[in-house]
Design a protein around this ligand. Structure first.
Ligand SMILES: Cc1ncc(COP(=O)(O)O)c(C=O)c1O
Length: 372
């Protein structure tokens, strides 16, 4: 099974830094929408009203929007479609989220990891030169989990050119786009630059931004370049009622102006808390991933993460496994970034001040048990 942050088999923790979910309490409109979800009936199976609502919020034409049970499900389904279309080779970002490779490996596909756009270009060209002909699937995660970085415009343009000249099917995982700070003017179409908007399959799942990761809901946006038959096939690969009543309620609430405004305010607040946490950790002698040499981040926009999570490494003499264990025993969960491609690094989301103080107390004082 792919390793994830969040709930584990141990007792519930007081403070969870291990997922990238928004820790702020949900706005009333969202809580009421979820409480009002009608669990006594099946959702309407074509999800037409939901797709129309999402379309009006800027995600694209309703007949190109496919509700999903969250992006983990969308990753599996899109990989299956690619496989059925003849794709045999999948490129995944590294460091990166493990579900892309897991989905491909489950279908017996070849997985290659790339760590920069130039490296990707070089290796894809070599494959083509060696006679590999079938379309290849290319995953991009923007903002990226675990680095929090966003690709810059020249990198997107290079990717667009590669897709065109090297026959790559582009899939953009936008799971963290709703918490990006500074944000995009428009939450939907503006999330990708125009050079890839027409060709990228977009995966949206606002449950993290809305602080509701237990509600499994998302939407896959088919690009204008996709054939209608492929969009229909993707639809038929999903079970009926793939989205629960709560999932419908969550996505509908996400479209409401009140919830969008709240999200914008959260992104700003969390960015401040993230900076404060970074400063606190540095004061304790921790290293921050955003301070690695510039070439590690050459493809990216801005000086650091654009979402409220960060990668940090304990000072020499303190192993990350030890710190993880110590914090877990004190009721605080952090995310080991090894399975995301960064051994000895930990990923922490921005959290409310009380949680940050509890974390700092634990890091300073060792065994202290923390109460929520
Ligand atoms: C980059 C990325 N994509 C997708 C997912 C899965 O999202 P969902 O909860 O919508 O299945 C996660 C969850 O951690 C993630 O980090």
């Amino acid at each position: 099974m792919v390793e994830h942050g969040g709930t584990d088999l141990g007792p519930a923790v007081a403070w969870d830094f291990s997922t990238n979910a928004n820790p702020l309490p949900p706005p009333e409109g969202l809580s009421m929408a979820l409480a009002g979800a009608d669990r006594r009936r099946y959702p309407e199976p074509s999800y037409l009203h939901l797709r129309e609502r999402l379309a009006r919020s800027g995600l694209g034409d309703a007949d190109r929007l496919l509700p999903t049970a969250g992006s983990a499900e969308a990753i599996r389904r899109l990989t299956l479609l690619a496989h059925l279309q003849g794709v045999r080779h999948v490129w995944t970002p590294w460091p990166g989220f493990g579900e892309y490779a897991a989905a491909a490996e489950a279908l017996g596909l070849t997985v290659s990891r790339y760590s920069s756009v130039e490296e990707l270009a070089r290796r894809v060209s070599a494959r083509r030169a060696a006679g590999e002909r079938a379309t290849m699937l290319l995953w991009v995660c923007d903002p990226c989990n675990p680095t929090g970085r966003c690709l810059n415009e020249p990198s997107w343009q290079r990717l667009a050119e590669l897709c065109r000249t090297m026959d790559l099917m582009l899939a953009a995982d936008l799971a963290y786009a709703p918490l990006r700070w500074p944000g995009h003017a428009s939450p939907g179409e503006g999330a990708l630059p125009s050079c890839v908007r027409g060709i990228a399959w977009q995966l949206w799942s606002p449950n993290k931004a809305l602080g509701m990761t237990g509600v499994r809901a998302g939407v896959l946006v088919a690009p204008p370049s996709a054939e209608r038959a492929d969009v229909d096939r993707l639809l038929h690969l999903a079970p009926s009622w793939v989205l629960s009543a709560e999932g419908v309620a969550l996505l509908q609430a996400w479209c409401e102006p009140e919830v969008r405004d709240w999200l914008g305010a959260c992104a700003q607040q969390l960015a401040t808390w993230c900076d404060e946490m970074a400063a606190d950790l540095q004061a304790l002698g921790w290293s921050l991933h955003s301070h690695l040499p510039a070439d590690v981040h050459a493809d990216h926009e801005g000086p650091g993460p654009m979402v409220p999570f960060l990668l940090a490494k304990p000072p020499a003499g303190e192993g990350s496994a030890q710190v993880l264990q110590r914090c877990r025993a004190a009721g605080i969960r952090l995310r080991d970034a090894s399975s995301l491609g960064l051994p000895s690094w930990l990923r922490l989301r921005a959290h409310v001040p009380q949680a940050r103080l509890a974390l700092l107390a634990c890091l300073r004082n060792g065994q202290q048990v923390v109460q929520a």
